[in-house]
Design a protein around this ligand. Sequence first.
Ligand code: CDP
Ligand code: CDP
Length: 225
Amino acid sequence: MMAIPVIAIDGPSASGKGTVAALVAQKLGYHYLDSGALYRLTAVAAQLQNVAVDDETSLAQIALDLDVVFAGQQILLDGNDVSDALRSEAAGVGASKIAVLAKVRAALLDRQHAFRQAPGLVADGRDMGSVVFPDAQLKIFLTASAEERSQRRYKQLIEKGISANLADLLNDLRDRDARDSARTVAPLRQEDDAILLDTTEIGIADAVNFVLKNYELAAGVQVNY
Ligand code: CDP
Ligand code: CDP
């Protein structure tokens, strides 16, 4: 039986993974997994329960027990809408701290695999192509300069009415990149079989078309643009 196809899109913070992955999924009629949201949810749930960021056993249990509903643009944790709290840079920083823990990563694996449903899945994160879906039909490593990424994040937060400081964002983003790349479990890096796409000077529509073109080549399918 043919495995259900997966497109894995990995890369650093604010490189455009989520936006591009969701649009590619929409175009193909595939499911979409925002794996970062699971790490953010675990960090937010841990904070609500006053669990320390280095308490690996308790954090892994929280990750296993997450009562989460993805309802379109809204994400519900224990029935409460936590979408805004999840998007904050504080949640991103918290996520990257607990994401270094092997037991937390292991606890989130089944939940991520469950998103692989027909007709296909587009998944974005740090280790989609390397660890979670190593047999993905297409692996993309999406990046952009740190300056461009912090500008994008700044604009995105301000547009959502969330206050932000550009210099702080650039610092947080560099710290997070360094922590994500240096960790021993599932570090952020471009795998040998991943195709690099630097979007520093490329818009969203072109990035989406790049992924779709490469998917046509990799999977031998035809996409209606
Ligand atoms: O998921 P990730 O953190 O990698 O990034 P994102 O949330 O998808 O994108 C961050 C922001 O950059 C969004 O507001 C996108 O619309 C924007 N973006 C852009 O301006 N140009 C691109 N080529 C990609 C993303
Ligand atoms: O949108 P952005 O790229 O800023 O963050 P995210 O994808 O929501 O991920 C938040 C944090 O979770 C990252 O900085 C990583 O430390 C962690 N993460 C991970 O370790 N593995 C994944 N597959 C996804 C996220």
